[in-house]
Design a protein around this ligand. Structure first.
Ligand code: SF4
Length: 73
């Protein structure tokens, strides 16, 4: 199984960079906070990693087999 993404709702500032980069994987909810769409599973791991690194609030957490991935490691 590949990477999965989660959004830390406390950290997301609604900048929208993730939605611009990967509109199939992320969208805003009605509170203007990003949420992960089911289609995120179809994104390559490298793409999810790239989007997580681009988030200005480091609000996108990446997991592999239930363990958090160090996105800047
Ligand atoms: S890029 Fe980060 S701060 Fe901006 S909407 Fe996405 S998760 Fe939120």
């Amino acid at each position: 199984m590949g990477y999965t993404a989660k959004i830390d709702r406390e950290l997301c500032v609604g900048a929208g960079a993730c939605i611009e980069s990967a509109p199939k994987a992320f969208e805003f909810d009605d509170e203007h906070i990003a949420v992960v769409r089911p289609e995120a599973e179809e994104e390559p791991d490298g793409k999810l990693l790239e989007v997580a690194r681009e988030c200005p609030a480091t609000a996108i957490l990446i997991y592999e087999d239930g363990k958090e991935v160090d996105i800047f490691g």
